[in-house]
Design a protein around this ligand. Structure first.
Ligand SMILES: Cc1cc2nc3c(=O)[nH]c(=O)nc-3n(C[C@H](O)[C@H](O)[C@H](O)COP(=O)(O)O)c2cc1C
Length: 230
């Protein structure tokens, strides 16, 4: 198996679980990084893994109504800084990801997904017609069409969560970021022409040794207030 690919081959879908303790150690290690070390960059190999984790994110109907815009260009990041409430993570992190979603889900888009499904799994579009029409009558023509952008946004947040956990497992720091002005980002990144809009961002890289937030205790409600067993 190619090391960093996502695979369509079931034979390579192997199980190699990590221990619960290791998972919780990494989840406790993760925190929303306030100060990144601007001198440390994620290696191309590690970044490829994280990109792949993004691509592997689940989405409703498998529709993947997103684009992950990876901003490495420093000038662009400087333009984004004032629209990011001047949060320096946008400048100092290694990779800055803007999660953008389709502003409208169209029949053409659903057909693109059906075509891709037949490319990957074989079979015919005709055999998937029931599935296709069900999606169209929900997201494109149904009650949810009016809020399709919100629906797409939920999917993007799942990808964000997947990225945060994946990065933490690899010892890579992140800061999820909602503190930005989407309209300004859209302008800087030329998103409206592509029928896209930015919904959330993530800075990724390595914490600065003097980031005080790293030493702060996690604030979470007690287990019994959050987990309800019925
Ligand atoms: C969707 C989302 C948006 C966030 N936006 C910001 C942000 O703009 N700037 C920031 O410093 N932290 C941001 N945070 C970080 C949260 O404040 C942080 O996750 C929360 O306080 C819990 O702390 P922990 O992640 O360190 O455990 C955001 C978190 C999430 C999940």
């Amino acid at each position: 198996m190619e090391m960093f690919s996502y695979s369509f081959d079931l034979a390579t879908r192997t199980m190699n679980p990590i221990h619960g303790e290791q998972l919780l150690t990494q989840l406790n290690w993760r925190y929303a990084t306030k100060k990144f070390d601007p001198t440390r960059k994620i290696s191309p190999e590690d970044w490829t893994v994280l990109e792949t984790a993004l691509i592997l994110s689940p989405s409703s109907y498998g529709l993947q109504p997103w684009k992950f815009i990876v901003i490495t260009d420093h000038k662009t990041r400087e333009k984004l800084l004032p629209a990011t409430w001047n949060q320096r993570q946008v400048l100092d992190c290694s990779h800055y990801i803007v999660f953008a979603v389709n502003t409208k889900i169209t029949e053409d888009y659903i057909d693109k997904h059906i075509t891709r499904t037949t490319e990957v799994r074989g079979g015919s579009a005709q055999a998937l017609k029931g599935f296709r029409d069900a999606i169209v009558s929900d997201i494109v023509a149904g009650d949810r069409a009016a809020t399709a952008k919100h629906w797409a946004t939920y999917q993007a947040y799942l990808a964000l969560g997947n990225l945060l956990t994946s990065a933490a497992l690899m010892g890579i720091d992140t800061c999820p970021m909602e503190g930005f002005e989407p309209a300004e980002y859209d302008k800087v990144l030329g998103l409206p022409a592509k029928n896209l809009t930015s919904v959330v961002c993530c800075a990724a890289g390595y914490r600065s040794p003097d980031d005080k937030a790293a030493g702060m205790k996690k604030v979470r409600f007690p287990r019994e207030q959050v987990i309800h067993i019925v």
